[in-house]
Design a protein around this ligand. Structure first.
Ligand code: FES
Length: 253
């Protein structure tokens, strides 16, 4: 077998801890397996669970970067395990749960409670301008606005940006990149009756967009490559204008 086709032996260092078990202590366990072509971390972890330890906890649902449930720290960097190929990693692979979120066990964290609390805090749903009328003709939305809303809606709430964010790691009240993106999504929506002044108390403070220190790790790790820099610029201009009581800026660049 040539060097180019030689099978690599992968060594996994995996964080283990079951908070439900008083006897459990946080520690690292090692597993080894032979890499196969097109092996993702999803496949590798399933192989470990099937052959080595059925108690290993981790989350997957869609296996295609859509559901957002498989975020974890991969060699120190937040990533979706289902779309991470082992061939892109060195032979030693260190897997830890995402920080910030409540640990369920091993590599599984509860992102759902975090995002639900955020959605309740910012009331992350459309506050209609008018009561629904099933007989009303469909209203056309400006294409650019529709595209901007669509871009923000591509967030899968995997939590990778939150885990990478230095501020979210030390300030539990910080809305974080995904939270600010969610706010921007409703601020952009012409069907939502809330005005910039209504958002001011929620967004224009250190738990909102002015808490961001601009380290931009969120931008580096977002698996959907959301335009987070644009989002922050949009929110800052909006809140500055609302604070000064002047007209609001359109989203661009
Ligand atoms: S399993 Fe759904 S995003 Fe990875």
């Amino acid at each position: 077998m040539s060097e180019a086709t030689k099978t690599r032996r992968l060594r996994f260092e995996i964080f283990r801890y079951n908070p439900q078990d008083p006897a459990s202590k946080p520690h690292v366990e090692h597993f080894e397996l032979d890499e196969t072509p097109y092996m993702s971390l999803f496949l590798a972890l399933n192989q470990i669970r099937e052959h080595d330890d059925p108690s290993l906890q981790f989350d997957f649902a869609c296996r295609s970067a859509v559901c957002g449930s498989c975020g974890m720290m991969v060699n120190g960097r937040p990533a979706l395990a289902c779309r991470t190929q082992t061939s892109d990693l060195p032979t030693v692979i260190r897997l830890y749960p995402l920080p910030v979120f409540k640990l369920i066990g091993d590599l599984s964290v509860d992102t759902g409670s975090w995002f639900r609390a955020l959605a309740e805090h910012v009331e992350g749903w459309v506050h209609e301008r008018a009561l629904f009328d099933e007989n009303a003709p469909e209203e056309r939305m400006n294409d650019d606005v529709a595209q901007a809303i669509y871009a923000a809606d591509r967030c899968i709430e995997c939590g990778c940006c939150i885990a990478a964010c230095g501020v979210a790691n030390v300030n539990g009240d910080f809305a974080g990149p995904a939270g600010l993106n969610r706010v921007a999504r409703f601020m952009l929506d012409p069907r939502d009756r809330r005005e910039d002044a209504d958002w001011f108390d929620i967004v224009a403070n250190e738990d909102g967009v002015f808490g961001c220190l601009g380290m931009m790790a969120c931008h580096d790790v977002c698996p959907k490559e959301l335009p987070l820099l644009e989002v922050y610029g949009f929110l800052r201009r909006k809140m500055l204008a609302a604070g000064l009581g002047v007209g609001t800026a359109a989203r661009s660049g």
